[in-house]
Design a protein around this ligand. Structure first.
Ligand SMILES: [Zn+2]
Length: 116
């Protein structure tokens, strides 16, 4: 059997590294997907250089980069603003205020939003 060239050996190393990286990413995605949420991302400062730092969720152990963390948190802020807007609308709606069912309606609306 002929000896593998250096190039072929290097390509096998790269392929193995990519395979390992893919498995790690699948595990990360699974953790993030199954998290009860909302994620609580904390900076992992053990990684140097700083641009490689990741943020690990204290609940599920999943992790993201800085950009993903920032957009995730911005999404939560927008959700909170939307809920506050819906609450203001419902509180000022006669049928809701009279019935005193604001919280029930909010829960229903959020349930519908979660179902997509
Ligand atoms: Zn999480």
């Amino acid at each position: 059997m002929p000896e593998k060239s250096e190039f072929v050996r290097q390509m096998e190393v790269v392929e193995n590294n990519l395979q390992e990286y893919r498995l790690v990413c699948e595990e990360r995605d699974r953790r993030l997907e199954e998290c009860e949420g909302p994620h609580d991302f904390q900076c992992d400062r053990s990684l140097i250089p700083l641009h490689l730092q990741k943020y690990i969720c204290s609940k599920c152990g999943g992790w993201v980069g800085h950009t993903e963390k920032v957009w995730y948190e911005r999404g939560l802020e927008h959700k909170d603003k939307l809920i506050a807007k819906i609450k203001r609308f419902l509180v000022t709606s006669t049928w809701c205020a009279v019935g005193g069912v604001v919280d029930e309606v909010i829960d229903s609306v959020l349930g519908i939003i979660d179902e997509g």
